[in-house]
Design a protein around this ligand. Structure first.
Ligand code: HXC
Length: 510
């Protein structure tokens, strides 16, 4: 027994050393933590239960028989984050560049399968040179096994990818199918083909960072939901994020009651909206002032800034916030913002997270760039997502709600449960001036008449009362009472029951 215990200790120590001290030092020199160190930051102290530490690959080609390392380049198992179970895999770049073999993939699939059985999130820490080249097709098969599980788990358990090193080629498609991707600035990158291939095919010269670094994906492409300065900040950020999420699609959202009263009155909101309807203001100020303890986890903050999305709590329970941002592109809906918000709405709907929508939208962004880029199809994604979703929906029209964009932004007609408007709300087909110039085309050159008619139109439609007469909004509320009115609505909606008709699946305009 003692012999075996010693052998166990020896084997564990060998596994824990991964690719050896030299490679661990190299990892540190790059400013990166090792796979195991990362898990100690991500998980609660002493909560990690490791599996498959003794698994080794079975490849004998290309000298691989002598290159076995227990664990085969990925650390897997489960642990807790603030007391709640999460399943994890953490690729170890010190072992054959964290490359994915058949055995390595098998370990990842094992945690994914168990996570599905118990209904807990999977968090993948990616740091890998991709398919283990020596294994060829076996490695590709391993990726496909993971992809299939990503799809089956979608909408059942939350899946989070953290990119902490290379993630290239087809390997990017596993993170791409998870719900959220977070990246580390300067040390992680994702692309389908690297700079050398790009140079050969398109003759473009581009660095790893420019092509697929954290800045690229959290600003231009929108592939990443957030980026952080280093490993530790990223992992702590993900811990904070996971706290907002239910563990699976059958659970209610987690509750964290704070001392922040639902009856809190926020006087300063009464002066948030400027008198001039064309003057911008920062919608994030409104969000921070109505959510519990100003705690808002914004997603994709640097991409498609004309719409703001993220998770917060109101009255203790998690909510998803979707808000037009008048400070960027006047809050117009365009291709990127529609896609950004649509996917988020669907995530919230899949995981029982009520959606609070804050509206100040002058319409869809005009122009050939938008039309040629397919704004019709992409805008329809957001419309579809809101119309399909059955979770509680509370909407506040803060200022403009014009045209098709009024319909899209969780209007009453798309089964909005509670729709409020501020006194500053303008609910109409379009802005007063544009409307008058079309209806009274013959007066176009008569400035006086146009301005009289514009005022007339403004009186009639640029206020919340016409929509109120029709019952399209449930009440006009004072800005200072916004938090209380939303919190009461959410509490009332906790027992909401709504089901869509049975179908295999709908056909969202992808
Ligand atoms: C086997 C690999 C490997 C891989 C790296 N290594 N990637 N071994 N298969 N895919 C090994 C290296 O040989 C090296 O071993 C060690 O890991 C560290 O790699 P370095 O190159 O020294 O590190 P670095 O300079 O930091 O460069 C990292 C890298 C580079 C950019 C990731 O290693 C690289 O380009 N690797 C190949 C990437 C690739 O083409 N992968 C296949 C993509 S196709 P030694 O013992 O020499 O130190 C793919 C298909 C997926 O993934 C399809 C899914 C559908």
């Amino acid at each position: 027994m003692k012999e075996i215990a010693l052998e166990l200790e020896r084997r564990r120590a060998a596994a824990e050393l991964g690719g050896g001290q030299e490679r661990i030092d190299a990892q540190h020199q790059r400013g990166k933590l090792t796979a195991r160190e990362r898990l100690t930051v991500l998980l609660d102290a002493d909560s990690f239960e490791e599996w498959d530490i003794f698994v080794e690959h079975r490849c004998t080609d290309f000298g691989m028989a002598d290159k076995t390392v227990p664990g085969d380049g990925v650390v897997t198992g489960y642990g807790t984050i603030n007391g709640r179970d999460v399943f994890v895999f953490s690729q170890d770049f010190t072992v054959l560049g964290g490359s994915l073999s058949e055995a390595h993939a098998g370990k990842i699939c094992k945690v994914m399968d168990q996570a599905m059985k118990v209904g807990a999130p999977v968090i993948g820490l990616n740091d890998s040179g991709g398919a283990r080249i020596q294994e060829g097709i076996d490695s590709l098969a391993g990726y496909a096994e993971i992809f299939q599980r990503n799809v089956m788990a979608s909408g059942v358990i939350p899946q989070i990818s953290i990119i902490m090193g290379p993630c290239a080629g087809g390997a990017v498609y596993s993170p791409a199918m998870t719900d959220f991707i977070f990246m580390v600035r300067d040390t992680s990158y994702m692309y389908v083909t690297g700079p050398e291939v790009v140079k050969t095919v398109t003759h473009e010269s581009v660095t790893h960072e420019e092509l697929g670094g954290a800045v690229t994906h959290s600003t231009r492409s929108g592939v990443a939901d957030g980026s952080f300065d280093n490993d530790v900040e990223t992992l702590i950020g993900v811990r904070r994020f996971v706290d907002f999420l239910p563990s699976n699609n059958r659970e209610k959202v987690p509750r964290r009651d704070s001392g922040d009263s639902v009856e809190r009155v926020e006087q300063s909101l009464d002066t948030l909206v400027p008198n001039n309807p064309n003057t911008p203001y920062d919608m994030k100020e409104l969000i921070l002032k109505i959510v519990d303890e100003r705690d808002f986890f914004e997603l994709q903050p640097d991409h498609a800034g004309n719409i703001v999305i993220g998770l917060a709590r109101m009255g203790g329970g998690t909510i998803g916030v979707v808000a037009n941002q008048p400070a960027v592109l006047a809050g117009c809906l365009d291709i990127q913002s529609s896609v950004k918000a649509a996917r988020f709405v669907r995530f919230c709907d899949a995981f029982n997270i009520p959606i609070v929508t804050l509206v100040d939208v002058p319409g869809f962004l005009p122009g050939t760039k938008q039309e040629y880029g397919g704004i019709i199809k992409h805008g329809a994604k957001l419309l579809y997502a809101y119309a399909e979703c059955t979770v509680p929906k509370v909407t506040v029209i803060v200022r403009k709600a014009y045209g098709g964009a009024y319909d899209v932004m969780a209007s009453k007609h798309l089964r909005g449960d509670i729709n409020f408007a501020w006194p500053s709300a303008e609910i109409a087909v379009m802005g007063p001036k544009g409307a008058v110039e079309i209806i009274f085309r013959e007066d176009r050159d008569d400035e006086e008449r146009i301005s009289a008619r514009t005022e007339d139109y403004r009186q009639k439609f640029a206020n919340p009362f016409y929509a109120g007469h029709r019952g399209f909004i449930d009440d006009v509320i004072l800005p200072r009472h916004t938090r209380t009115r939303i919190c009461r609505s959410l509490r009332m909606l906790e027992r909401k029951q709504l089901k869509n008709p049975w179908r295999k699946h709908g056909n969202i305009p992808l």
